[in-house]
Design a protein around this ligand. Sequence first.
Ligand SMILES: Cc1ncc(COP(=O)(O)O)c(C=O)c1O
Length: 398
Amino acid sequence: MNRVVINLEALQHNIRVIDGWMKAHNATWTLVTKVLCGHADTLHALQTIGVRSMADSRLANLQMIERIVPDFESWYLRLPHMPAIDRVVELADVSLNTEIETIDALNEAAKKRDLIHRVVIMIELGDLREGILPGTLVDFYKHAFNLSNIEVLGVGANLGCLSGAVPTIDQLMQLVLYRELLELKFERKLPMISGGSSSVLPILLDGRMPKQVNHFRIGEAAFLGTDLINGGTMSGLRSDAFTLETEVVEIKEKGLVPLAETTTMTPFQTMDQEEFEPGARGYRALVTMGQLDTDMTGLRPLNSNYVVAGASSDVSVINVGNNPEGLRIGDTIKFRPSYGALVRLMLGPYVEKVVTPPIDSYRKDFNQDMEVEVPPVVPVEDEETQDLKQERVEAKDE
Ligand SMILES: Cc1ncc(COP(=O)(O)O)c(C=O)c1O
């Protein structure tokens, strides 16, 4: 049977370690949960571990999290789009923003509900995804500061998510300076510099992170342990929280080089092929997992002698050499997924997801000393917002 197995001990370990790094820097952080696609048992585990600040880019996921972790602080990561403005205000305590029009609309929606919506304004620092241009900073903040139902928490940036631009100290220092400039200009405090994602962790760890950068939004490193700058796994983190298990449905010794002429006109991109001598033979295992389920190029077999030779929509071929493990039909081939492969697996309806240990025993046996405090970054104090949250939780319980 194909399934994703989620190792809760490994996840708990990574969250504890990252939390230690954050506390050592006097920073707060928010766990980016989008890769879970609202997976209930894993969210229950996060609740048990003590994570109370979570960010997601899908409103449906935030809604799911709220059902499971009613007292969590909810961050909407993707820039709000107009048709969703009311839902963003309803479901998120904080959103990231770069457009005046959108913040105006959030303000109107928050006014209607008589609550305060919090925003972090993202500044473009070189990844060329979201962000206002530094030249427009003063006018932008001036406008946002004048909105009655918007609280501007501070400045933020997203580095390394789109173009893979490696974050630098200069960019982080720019954020610090922009905050200083805004505070001086408007004579008000901006409490937060939300300095980025997993890709800035190496800078934090080698002690070069400016101390003023006091908030991080962390996803991939927590779930997969990935070092997004140097490759491999970050020292101290575990890479074994997620394993994909696939079932072998055919295993035969065959030729390894197609006999016919080949073309690239295949429905899915062909994979990089291993070099074989003409006539070479080896065992090929077929597994019932394909491009429809995940990004097959993002799967690394646990057995380092195996190679994913190719994948169509529903079936993939794994070269297993001379079959040293004696694989037979019904046996399992295991993989570590990349983040891109994992998110598609978690989203897909065809692949089962299971946590280990089972969630009930994990919760029962959870050692309270292992609890991690990842509290809300901005405790919500206004009564209207608290009441609204309470109402939503009660409505769900009915
Ligand atoms: C705005 C924003 N912040 C933080 C993150 C987290 O990135 P990572 O998973 O690399 O830590 C993402 C991506 O998921 C994002 O889009």
